[in-house]
Design a protein around this ligand. Structure first.
Ligand code: Z5A
Length: 212
């Protein structure tokens, strides 16, 4: 139960344009006069942003164990759900979120090889009863996505440096999650130019929430 608000999550492999499209979708929802919040995972709270920095920039100076990584993503999520998402959804706001629970299933489950059922339990513990109304999976070939991510930042971060096979597994994992929950997921072809992807997303959102 989310209260009267709506949670829309963006998911997918690297470089799919999640941040770009999340911002554009939020703008279009605001133009309808809705209260819209955008945020991201890991992060979105002071604690979550410290966890993000720790994970992405290897702040501790020691290799982060895969199990530690999984728990840190969920720790960031627990804080975000309680301090930001639940209150916003409870007052009727729309939240556009760049990555959520499916990232843990895809990256730590299909990518790193942890048991997906165990990760679902961790996700449930972290989220309480916060659930997405719609998940937009921005799908594209992994080589293309990684090239885009590198061209944006000039380098690969800790997870982007994982072997290509890891990225292929998680892409396939995402597509499997989408097949398992067709009512929640919509797969969007993210290899198209930005305006085309934006238009495809606008059509999905219109049909899902605003069509009479
Ligand atoms: N992670 C995890 O393992 N487990 C979890 O539970 C969670 C996360 C929550 C978060 O990093 C990392 O944490 C992520 C998963 C892992 N793995 N890594 N690495 P992040 O938030 O910094 O990175 P990201 O979510 O992977 O973002 P991204 O893939 O780098 O970018 P994006 O948001 O999908 O795309 P973008 O920033 O909008 O665009 C990237 C570039 O492509 C940029 O230069 C754009 O101008 C360009 N772009 C965007 N769209 C297009 C199109 N359509 N055509 C051409 N160029 C485009």
């Amino acid at each position: 139960m989310n209260g009267p608000g709506r949670l829309i999550t963006f998911e997918g492999p690297e470089g799919g344009g999640k941040s770009t499209q999340a911002r554009l979708l939020a703008d279009s929802l605001r133009a309808r006069g809705l209260e819209v919040l955008t945020t991201r995972e890991p992060g979105g709270t002071p604690t979550g942003e410290i966890i993000r920095d720790l994970l992405q920039n290897n702040l501790s100076g020691e290799p982060i164990r895969d199990a530690t990584e999984a728990l840190l993503f969920c720790a960031s999520r627990a804080q975000l759900c309680r301090d930001v998402l639940a209150p916003a959804l409870g007052r009727g706001a729309w939240v556009v979120l760049d990555r959520f629970t499916d990232s843990t299933l895809a990256y730590q489950g299909f990518g790193r090889g942890f048991d997906v059922a165990a990760l679902r339990s961790l996700n449930d513990f972290a989220t309480g009863d916060v659930k997405p109304a719609l998940t937009l999976l921005l799908d594209l070939p992994v080589e293309e996505g990684l090239a885009r991510a590198v061209s944006r930042s000039g380098k690969k971060d800790r997870i982007e440096q994982a072997p290509l096979d890891f990225h292929r597994r998680l892409r396939e994992g995402y597509l499997r999650l989408a097949r398992e929950e067709p009512d929640r997921f919509v797969v969007v072809d993210a290899a198209k130019p930005v305006p085309d992807v934006t238009a495809d997303i606008a059509r999905v959102v219109e049909a899902r929430f605003f069509a009479r």
